[in-house]
Design a protein. Structure first.
Lengths: 111, 115
């Protein structure tokens, strides 16, 4: 699986959009981009995934660049409950084995 | 149940003691994973089951670690002769095979402290 690079930490004001970047310059054509988050004292939680088109669900939006070498997770109206570590993962299609986590980005939502 | 259930939530063990950690996956989920998470780090893969078959145990740090899933549902992670470096949160996740798009569902973990 390709590796990802994320900033170690970010701050965002409550109510503003939180934009979390991820670089995955060695991503292969059959690899998806997945995002998980981990709130304190909980297990990681799936947020969203995409291949090459932008995706949106009730939690977030995922913007993938045209060359697929980077992506941005957008939380449109951040709340204090969004304070967590966010992990960006790239993973091949039709894989049903382990997910490899990096160190992620620790997002602080400021009141 | 609706989610992945892990027990106990907290465990304190004396060094050298054996411990057993339990994971109840979501009913019908074929795949089950164990991860170890040290303080301030991302989860590290330990082992993976598909039904009762242990397909990957490459992440188990030593032969003191043993996992089983005898009937393809509940899984137990056993650590023998615990050491202080085993102190961590142990996470379990499950997924229905072939539906990787929806990601994995994790439990809240068992926090093991070895004293």
């Amino acid at each position: 699986d390709a590796k990802t690079t994320q900033p170690p930490s970010m701050d965002c004001a409550e109510g503003r959009a939180a934009n979390l970047p991820c670089n995955h310059s060695t991503i292969s054509g059959n690899e998806y981009v997945y995002w998980y988050r981990q709130i304190h004292s909980q297990g990681p939680q799936y947020i969203i995934h995409g291949l090459k088109n932008n995706e949106t669900n009730e939690m977030a939006s995922l913007i993938i660049t045209e060359d697929r070498k980077s992506s941005t997770l957008i939380l449109p109206h951040a709340t204090l409950r969004d304070t967590a570590v966010y992990y960006c993962i790239v993973r091949a299609m039709n894989r049903d084995d382990k997910i490899i986590f990096g160190k992620g980005t620790r997002l602080h939502i400021l009141p | 149940g609706a989610g992945v259930s892990q027990s106990p939530r907290y465990k304190v063990a004396k060094r050298g003691q054996d411990v057993a950690l339990r994971c109840d996956p979501i009913s019908g989920h074929v795949s089950l994973f164990w991860y170890q998470q040290a303080l301030g780090q991302g989860p590290e893969f330990l082992t993976y089951f598909q039904n009762e078959a242990q397909l990957d145990k490459s992440g188990l740090p030593s032969d003191r670690f043993f996992a089983e899933r005898p009937e393809g549902s509940v899984s137990t992670l056993k650590i023998q002769r615990t050491q202080q470096e085993d102190s961590a949160v142990y996470l379990c996740a499950s997924s229905p095979t072939g539906v990787f798009n929806y990601g994995y569902t994790f439990g809240s973990g068992t926090r093991l402290t070895v004293v």
